[in-house]
Each structure stands twice: as C-alpha cells, then as structure tokens.
Design a protein around this ligand. Structure first.
Ligand SMILES: [Zn+2]
Length: 102
C-alpha cells in the first residue's frame, strides 16, 4: 500500500480501495489487491463508477484492472488457453506490483 492517493497524490483521508472483493481470493495470488485512495477520489466509485474507472485505470494500467475484473468473477472453470492467458497476466501484475511497492 502506498502512502498517498494513487489518483490525485493527496496524503490526507486515505482509504484502501479493493479493486476486487478481497474475500474471493487466495492470499498467495493476492499480494496487493488494494490501491490507496483518498476519500475524495474513492467517493467517485459510488457516485459514478465510469468516472471512477476513467480516473483509476490510467494509474494502475488497463491490464491490471482487467486482471482483477477477470479473477473477481469468481467460480467458473477455465480452458487451458484461458489459464495460460491468466498466467501471463498474473506475471505482468506481479512485475507491476514489484515495481510499485514502496
Ligand atoms: Zn485522491
């Protein structure tokens, strides 16, 4: 988790935004399903999700956003091709998290 808002950089009224519902994950695949946001930016999630998404996605990357959306859809079975694709994304996400951890 960062020490400032991922969207606007504010250091006040910080909250953790879970990109996908945390309870659905096995923790070992979930090193950081959380983004630090200030209260002001986080409010947009409820006010207007499309606006919120348009602010958040450029900051975390479309790839990372899509990944969390994919895994948050929860229980379903995947084909081998899908699993390979998820594995590749997971690698990107892992690299992203490594680079962004403070
Ligand atoms: Zn903010």
């Amino acid at each position: 988790m960062g020490r400032d808002c991922k969207i606007c950089g504010s250091t006040k009224n910080l909250q953790a935004h879970h990109i996908a519902p945390a309870r659905r994950f096995k923790t070992r695949y979930n090193p950081s399903n959380g983004v630090t946001l200030c209260k002001g930016c986080h409010c947009w999630e409820k006010w207007d999700y499309e606006v919120f998404k348009s602010m958040l996605v450029p900051k975390i990357s479309q790839e990372v956003y899509d990944y969390w959306q994919t895994v948050s859809q929860g229980h379903r079975s995947y084909s081998v091709d899908e699993l390979e694709a998820i594995k590749k994304k997971l690698q990107h996400v892992y690299e992203y998290l490594q680079e962004n951890q403070r």
